[in-house]
Design a protein around this ligand. Structure first.
Ligand code: PRP
Length: 179
């Protein structure tokens, strides 16, 4: 375990096992739809890479970067597009891929945006869901793990851009983010 962590919340094995299950569920809905999988940078990159490789049917991938937090630890509720999609979404079955849904404001904004752009359908899959922090009534369509309100890092999620490359989800030691 990384020395900056107080515990491993979700092991690499559990993540990979759950991804296989999610891919099977997604197959039922999307195997004939050539979905447009939209990865929300940067945190969702490892999840997108592992999930799409487990989805053994035709799909397309694109990437979007948004910022809702700025430099603050708390969300501003305002979502800025830093990098937009290259692919038109009109008429497409869009599957948004997120690492974590926290307040839900980012995902709510993205779903509205895809609908405005006339996507045929818009759903979301998130690896992690932290419902204790929710500020909307949004529920992700597919979810890997519901987690408690702890400061987690790893498998794409970061603290000050660190720990994204850990293959598991860990809980960061409090002294590292409390001054
Ligand atoms: C995280 C995460 C989601 C968003 C969820 O991204 O990847 O996009 O926050 O938060 P919300 O439900 O409160 O809106 P972040 O802004 O930390 O960027 P990153 O993925 O580049 O780390």
């Amino acid at each position: 375990m990384h020395p900056d962590l107080e515990e491993i919340l979700i092991s690499e094995e559990k993540i990979q096992q759950r991804i296989k299950e999610l891919a099977k569920e997604l197959r039922k809905e999307y195997s004939e739809k050539n979905p447009l999988c939209v990865c929300i940078l940067k945190g969702a990159v490892p999840f997108m890479a592992d999930l799409t490789r487990a989805m053994d049917f035709p799909l397309q991938m694109d990437y979007m970067a948004v910022s809702s937090y700025g430099n603050s630890a708390e969300t501003s509720g305002v979502v800025r597009i830093l990098k937009d999609l290259d692919t038109p979404v009109e008429g497409r079955d869009v599957l948004i891929i997120e690492d974590i849904v926290d307040t839900g404001l980012t995902l709510r904004h993205l779903i509205t945006l895809m609908k405005t752009r006339k996507a045929k359908s818009v759903k979301a899959v998130t690896l992690l869901d932290k419902p204790d922090r929710r500020q909307t009534d949004l529920t992700p369509d597919y979810c890997g793990f519901v987690i408690p309100n702890k400061y987690i890092v790893g498998y794409g999620t970061d603290f000050a851009e660190r720990y994204r490359n850990l293959p598991y989800i860990g809980v960061l030691k409090k002294e590292l983010y409390q001054s």
